[in-house]
Design a protein around this ligand. Structure first.
Ligand SMILES: NC(=O)C1=CN([C@@H]2O[C@H](COP(=O)(O)OP(=O)(O)OC[C@H]3O[C@@H](n4cnc5c(N)ncnc54)[C@H](O)[C@@H]3O)[C@@H](O)[C@H]2O)[C@@H](O)CC1
Ligand SMILES: Nc1ncnc2c1ncn2[C@@H]1O[C@H](COP(=O)(O)OP(=O)(O)O)[C@@H](O)[C@H]1O
Length: 425
């Protein structure tokens, strides 16, 4: 941790106001050896560290004027920037850059980890993130309730394994039977990848209901999976009777075939994961779906979330926690709002942010694998909340392992599968 004492030979203080608090801060900084100067668009060339303590967690409007100039100057400077509490210009609650933000080399945040540091644009601007609870007692810290729980594969498995070990006497009937529905013409890969992930996460049995022409695609990729070609909703009925958990959406499309399949899924009372076009169909005008009596996980990316909320991607990304909460409340379901810092929201107001994951995951099929992972966890008896939290972290941590091994670019959804298997054991 860097202290003021260690930076006292550096002239990096910016004085932009004479309010009482700032005056006191300035007095104390000067006493520690900092030389304060009025900011005039330039920072000293010879500074070898910039301490950014310009704007804090109260920022709620676009940064303008001298503040924007100061942020620009810090970003142009060759010295690394160390941000105090939060990089100036970043919205502490949402992770949105408010016009411009400091690109910190590292950030030391205090008392509580702000959600904006770990979702949306936050991780791109805060650099290495450090946390100090300061001298506050637990009682004092608990007085301010956390907005969201930070979750990661590492945090979830510090004291216990991700999944309970199996009894030696267990058999496939104990581990659930997931039925995955989707795979319209040309999209057989999506349902096939979801099924593979469901098998690898440990579901006892995995079946697919897909277009007849995709049956061979699914079976060729994963013979352990069962695949039925279906043309109508009626043909889905016997499959539903054997399943314990459903997932619908990967490669589903939006044809009348897709709507018939989804109708069967909606009418069932089995736990279900809905993704991709299943979400787009329930978001369409006239569709009145809510799941108050059922275990449901919805996995929208920001585009699908915008359709579910009848809003825009920009609105969703401007406050990801609020968007995930609004979907969870509207549909009475657990929601994984995907993207960097995936947000998990429960209908009861619970919120978590997953800090695993990397930009290599921005490739087709990655969401289909997540659907299979969450379905496989539900099949093994996890609650929707646990399946969503553990599934999101498992999926992203597997992607991090795959990226550590061979790099971020060119990472494919199916590259995650061996790591998913390692991480569930
Ligand atoms: N091999 C396969 O069979 C594949 C099938 N896929 C299936 O094809 C379906 C349709 O995929 P499309 O890409 O056409 O449609 P999408 O609805 O997934 O994407 C359409 C648009 O939504 C927006 N969007 C998506 N992700 C976003 C994000 N993270 N942040 C902000 N905006 C975002 C973008 O504007 C994007 O162009 C998927 O739902 C999936 O089930 C894809 O998963 C790709 C691979
Ligand atoms: N930059 C990123 N950082 C972390 N995770 C990401 C990033 N980009 C994408 N992801 C993850 O990858 C997956 C993409 O899902 P989705 O958009 O539904 O893909 P598809 O429809 O192609 O299957 C989600 O789990 C999302 O959280």
């Amino acid at each position: 941790m860097i202290t003021l004492g260690e930076v006292d030979s550096h002239r990096a203080a910016l004085s932009l106001s004479e309010s009482q608090a700032r005056t006191r801060a300035r007095t104390e900084a000067e006493a520690a050896g900092v030389v304060a100067t009025i900011f005039d668009s330039n920072l000293p060339d010879d500074a070898d560290l910039i301490v950014d303590a310009l704007l804090g967690t109260g920022l709620n409007a676009v940064v303008q004027g001298t503040f924007a100039d100061a942020i620009w100057a810090m970003n142009q400077h060759t010295a690394p920037v160390f941000s105090v509490d939060i990089p100036s210009g970043l919205n502490a609650s949402t992770g949105q850059i408010m016009g411009s933000a400091v690109n910190a080399e590292s950030t030391l945040t205090f008392i509580g980890l702000k959600p904006g540091l770990i979702t949306c644009d936050g991780p791109d601007v805060c650099g290495e993130l450090y946390f100090d609870k300061l001298a506050l007692s637990k009682v004092e810290r608990d007085a301010v309730p956390a907005q969201a729980q930070r979750v990661s594969y590492y945090l979830l498995t510090q004291d216990a394994p991700l999944l309970m070990p199996r009894t030696r006497n267990s058999h496939k009937g104990h581990n659930g039977h997931a039925l995955l529905l989707g795979g319209d013409a040309g999209l057989g890969g999506a349902i096939s990848m979801a099924a593979d992930a469901c098998c690898r996460v440990g579901a006892g049995l995995t079946s697919c209901a897909t277009r007849p022409e995709n049956v061979s695609v699914v079976l060729a990729r994963r013979p352990e999976c069962m695949a039925a070609g279906v043309n109508s909703g009626l043909e889905v009925q016997p499959l539903l009777e054997r399943a314990t958990v459903l997932a619908c959406g990967p490669g589903l499309g939006r044809t009348s075939w897709a709507e018939l399949l989804l109708q069967q899924v909606i009418q069932s009372d089995l736990p279900v994961v809905l993704d991709a076009d299943a979400l787009n169909i329930i978001a369409s005008p006239g569709s009145q779906t809510e799941f108050s009596e059922r275990d449901v996980v919805l996995t929208p990316h920001p585009g699908e979330a915008a359709r579910l909320l009848d809003s825009t991607i920009a609105d969703v990304q401007s406050d990801r926690l609020a968007a995930a909460t609004a979907i969870a409340e509207t549909y009475h379901a657990v929601v994984i709002l995907k993207g960097h810092g995936s947000v998990i929201a429960g209908p009861d107001g619970r919120l978590a942010i997953c800090t695993d994951g990397n930009p290599g995951m921005g490739t087709g099929g990655m969401g289909d694998v997540l659907t299979g992972v969450v379905a496989g966890l539900l099949a093994q008896g996890l609650s929707p909340w646990e399946a969503a939290v553990r599934g999101a972290c498992l999926h992203s941590a597997a992607a991090d392992m795959a990226a550590d091994s061979d790099g971020v670019r060119g990472l494919l959804a199916t590259d995650l599968l061996p790591y998913i298997r390692q991480l569930v054991n």
